[in-house]
Write a protein that binds this ligand. Sequence first.
Ligand code: ATP
Length: 459
Amino acid sequence: MSDQPIVTAAPTESKELTSFADLVSLCKRRGFVFPSSEIYGGIGSCWDYGPLGVELKLNIKNSWWKAMTDRDDVEGLDASILMHPRTWEASGHVEGFVDPLVDCKTCKGRFRADKLEHASCGKKLSLQPGKHSECALTEPRLFNLMFKTHMGPLEDSANIVYLRPETAQGIFVNFENVQQSARQKIPFGIAQIGKAFRNEITPGNFIFRTREFEQMEMQFFVKPGTDMEWFENWKQTRIDWHISNGLRRSKLRFHQHGPTELAHYAKAAFDVEYEFPIGWQEIEGVHNRSDFDLKRHQEFSGKKCEYFEEATKEKFIPFVVETSVGCDRSLLSVLCDAYRLEGERTVLKLHPKLAPYKVAVFPLMKKPELLELTDKVFGTVKKHFRSTYDESGTIGKRYRRQDEIGTPYCVTIDYDALANGAHPGTVTIRERDQMTQERIPVENVVAYIQDKMANWKSE
Ligand code: ATP
């Protein structure tokens, strides 16, 4: 692309993220994630996505949506959050969507009885609840995680509705609508992105566990007997998707649910886990839900949820393989994986397709003779990539600012680029990960960045 040598920076030791605290502070400072209602002191476990966070989140959603709906056998859906309350009786959530809760009479703390090893005693943070001599834990009692509200002006038990705790049920109740309107044949899937709400007993760890979050779910309807084959197929497809977003394979693994972990609807389940600074944790669930949901909706609604297979003239209730990933948790894994501390600089080595800005354009100095060419270059790259412009501070400081928000390419217009300069009509492109710099003719900038983006690899 250029006859100019590539300038490489001296390698520095690269350190990974060791606690969420550093990430929380970067996210606040640079406008990725803010505590919700902060001016009122915040509200537990709720977070707002700032200008860069919302871009990153949209890019993750687009990556997922494209991976799902570019397939001919997956259709999209956007179902409502509030559903007929019978939905949640049929799905088993009214009865069974519960976690065991224990209270400590001494510190007044409230904990999930099955996750005590991840919680801290109110008297001594280094101990788990129950391990301090003064702990007085109650017997576990079951607590339903669904948020309840009322539909219409009267607040009585007749008009209770729930904020959906998962997006899946909107898909099940629309199985026939989608299958018939899209003229799909089994096997086929329905994909949806949307908010879900769970009144978690112990939310925390930044955006890892919150009470309001977004899910990206896909239910794949298959003929009974073919379900385990599809299950294996989707397991692989889903781990590959996380890798396609730049996550390192070594930081991902599967965890198979044992008999005591399986949800009430599941015949088989695997979690995709990521190694966060708090250890290996689930980011996605892949479940074989059998025919549980459609059978229950058929029973509770009185409407047939069967499929007629033209070729064999057979009628059956399809089995469902579900893939369910939290958008916020996926975003957290992407940020954790990208975060590096290298000497003086903090850098987010985000996959370029996910980075909020792909390109930053700088004039070397704020001088009129440089601004004309800078405007031209900025105008061109903006048409192709989401880009930002910065003219304040030293170039080194501007690089650091872009490193911290994960911008993969910085384009600088210097005096050499001017008509009377040593390399007229050229710019310098500095690449975020290796900090290499290359001088490129202006007309090649777009193609150069497109090529770099297409061939980007995680380190
Ligand atoms: P966990 O064991 O962490 O509570 P789960 O097994 O209940 O999760 P699923 O019901 O399988 O989770 O939900 C699918 C995905 O939705 C999870 O893998 C996760 O990414 C996301 N998710 C679930 N609960 C939350 C939450 N409270 N906050 C953020 N994301 C969540």
